[in-house]
Write a protein that binds this ligand. Structure first.
Ligand SMILES: *Cc1c(COP(=O)(O)O)cnc(C)c1O
Length: 455
């Protein structure tokens, strides 16, 4: 038997039409279109009905229903979007798209229990730090490896491990002035160094640093040399810098923040294997940049330093979760199997031949023309980017479908509010949809979004 209070409240729920007639409902329809607005109101009312039956007493006026529907439409939280920007590792759009294998591995780990910290052989407690280590060792030739939450975290942890093992108050870490960089999102090398408890010892100048600059800075309180890949900008002209091989001759631990973590050759990006071969004690890189996996920070190198990182109390605060580890193992396995170029969307997008890209753009433009006779639609060569703070000057030839004959900013806004949202670029008074970053089948979503917006 339902209590009378519940019945009364259920009966007082407004009808869909009543919400749509209310001024708040009319605003909703004007902003999002009548059909999506009505659907969202219906969904909101369904949710309210379930909450009332469960014993809650939510507010049920027309305007609160319309407000809840508006939240549903504009802020569904984290949702899938279509990336038509041509920026492959778009940081704001989530960087790497996982391979199907990696996504399935994460799904498996998510929907069941796992041996995350359990040793299947002994039946005793295991360590989450053991996962992915054999794969990383096989791929990079490193003695040991550690996976944490992200590259920024791994860099901080490596420096903290240097401080801890040096044992002195604040050991110095030598960094070239040309490598005191900001990655974005507030990750600045001097600040990360300070956070770790180390003291920054700057050497050289912005454009030129020599081995002798490092040599002159070494003293008994020096803990390490930090080499940072200036991943998101380039210095040209009168420049000089010191490579890992020369730095390793100093007899100090050399930590390298490599950033993008290319395991195969992409543009001029340093490969992790080469960094280690040149003598770095630690190479630190991201899981979701050119590696093409989940967000993660990976440190590979000498056992001594990797285990110092693992033992440090900060490791617990930076540890990777099981979904990340599952997806990372599957991603790394693609490299070991030699199928990375086919499996990983990031590498696939960067490598797709230009003729195939042109064909996709032409087909999309034809489909759009037949659906949207009022717009000016053509195909144009464009420049795609790897993005995500990698290869700043590396241009990837691409093609875009260009939409004109209407206000491009308004059209871009309409596409952003479609489901799924489609993200393009406004350039030269038109909306550009780069096809290099469209995943297979996403043309349908683009056509649907444009038909809704302009059909
Ligand atoms: C991107 C980058 C980082 C930060 O990596 P996250 O995984 O985003 O934390 C650090 N250092 C370099 C050189 C980078 O390019």
């Amino acid at each position: 038997m339902m209590e009378t209070g519940k019945w009364d409240l259920l009966r007082s729920l407004p009808a869909v039409d009543a919400v749509m007639r209310d001024p708040s409902g009319r605003t909703l329809a004007a902003r999002h279109g009548r059909a999506p607005a009505t659907a969202a109101v219906r969904e909101t009312l369904g949710g309210l009905r379930r909450r009332i039956v469960a014993g809650e007493r939510p507010e049920v006026s027309e305007s609160t229903v319309a407000e809840a529907a508006a939240r549903l439409l504009s802020g569904r939280g984290l949702r899938r979007v279509v990336n038509a920007t041509g920026v492959v590792l778009h940081t704001n759009l989530g960087r790497s798209v996982l391979s199907e294998r990696a996504a399935l591995a994460a799904y498996d780990a998510a929907t069941g229990y796992s041996n995350l910290e359990y040793d299947l052989q002994s039946g005793a407690r295991g360590s989450r730090y053991d996962h992915a280590v054999p794969l990383l060792k096989a791929l990079t030739g490193a003695e040991d490896a550690l996976v944490v939450n992200n590259c920024a975290g791994a860099t901080l942890l490596a420096l903290a491990a240097v401080v801890e093992s040096k044992g002195s108050e604040a050991p110095e870490v030598i960094v070239s002035r040309g490598q005191l960089i900001e990655i974005g999102g507030g990750f600045r090398i001097p600040e990360v160094l300070a956070l770790s408890g180390a003291r920054l010892r700057e050497v050289g100048t912005t454009n030129r640093t020599r081995l002798s600059d490092y040599e002159n800075a070494v003293n008994e309180n020096t803990g390490a040399v930090l080499w940072v890949h200036p991943s998101n900008f380039e210095t040209v002209g009168f420049t000089e810098s010191v490579g890992i091989r020369d730095l390793s001759s100093l007899g100090l631990p050399v930590i390298s923040d490599v950033g993008s973590g290319a395991l195969t050759s992409v543009g001029e990006e340093p490969r992790v294997q080469a960094i280690l071969r040149d003598g770095a004690d630690l190479a630190i890189f991201s899981g979701d940049k050119l590696l093409g996996g989940p967000q993660a920070g990976i440190a590979v190198g000498a056992s001594r330093w990797v285990s110092a990182m693992r033992r440090h109390p900060l490791a617990r605060a930076l540890r990777a979760d099981k979904l990340c580890l599952a997806a990372l193992e599957a991603t790394l396995d693609s490299y070991l199997q030699g199928t990375a170029e086919q499996d990983l969307p990031t590498l696939r997008m960067i490598r797709t031949p230009i003729s195939e890209i042109e064909g996709r753009a032409t087909n999309l433009a034809e489909d759009l023309k037949s659906n949207l006779p009022n717009l000016e639609i053509d195909v144009t060569p464009s420049v795609a980017r790897s993005g995500g703070g990698t290869l700043p000057t590396y241009e990837i030839h691409s093609f875009a479908v260009r939409l004109g004959g209407t206000d491009p900013e308004a059209l871009a806004a309409e596409l952003r509010s479609s489901n799924p949202p489609v993200i393009g670029r406004v350039r030269e008074g038109r909306l550009w949809l780069d096809v290099r970053t469209l995943l297979p089948g996403e043309e349908e979503a683009v056509i649907g979004a444009l038909r809704d917006a302009h059909g």
